[in-house]
Write a protein that binds this ligand. Sequence first.
Ligand code: CP
Length: 315
Amino acid sequence: MKAEWSRRHVLGLEDLSADEITTILDEAARFKDLADRGEARHTLLKGVTVCNLFFEPSTRTKTSFNLAARRLGADTVDFAAAASSLSKGETFIDTARNIEAMGVDHMVVRHSTSGTPYILTQHLQTGVVNAGDGTHEHPTQGLLDLFTIREHRGTLEGLTVALVGDILHSRVARSNIWGLKKLGAKVIVCGPATLIPAEIHRLGVEVSYQLDDILERTDVINLLRIQFERQRGAFFPSIYEYAQFYGMTADRIRRAKKDVLILAPGPINRGVELTPEVADGPHSVILGQVTNGLFVRMATLHLMHQAREKHLASK
Ligand code: CP
């Protein structure tokens, strides 16, 4: 069902209904279909400015938001935090308000602190989209994961999807859990006990500490990176042991369902969460996820912009 879209901000999949998620996925599918037929560029956001504010490194998200905005006809600007006047003591909110004052319409925000995109919505009139905030959510990654699974399987309903790895520190895990559950998938979180939050079952997921126990009944396996940059202390003895117990190998692929889909949000660490032969093998849809990210971000920006236009017209 196509939901009436009214959101000027996209902060997390926890906030979105199943219909709203489906609306974004359908809109992304429409952009992908048009691109496949040679209509990759549009003027839907002509005259609009989108600013990327990334306070953490990014390859996929930042580049694809940039491309998505440009494919829609918008102007884009990248904010370089390290070279900005934040280093002279300007506050984060003052920085954002100064950027807004230059006529920016939408901000794409990545920050190490959970809740930062929400705080911006309380101080700015621009649209805000969360490009990953701390350990909270990474909604467009969740959406592109859903899109990729739906593209290959036709539906999320009734599938069993395993999220494997560092669930504790993963914003991708949280966005996946909300989105997958809302669209009718069963979710298993799997990893070392030290990397699985104690109360995670309250989100309606199954918990497993043994990848080998769930291989045979899982349709999709999403391999999450160990987030060393967010860890305080050691959560497992060594990378070698982690790879032994939780790494996806050719042997584990042989024991999985014959049509199992392998996803990873990237960046991938070859030899840790998966071997090169799995990453580049026939079950992997990892680069397809990246391709789909462009269309999901085009859909997100387009829907947000329509809502912003309506909001401004109603004032
Ligand atoms: N998956 C993802 O968010 O990748 P980047 O950190 O490269 O944006």
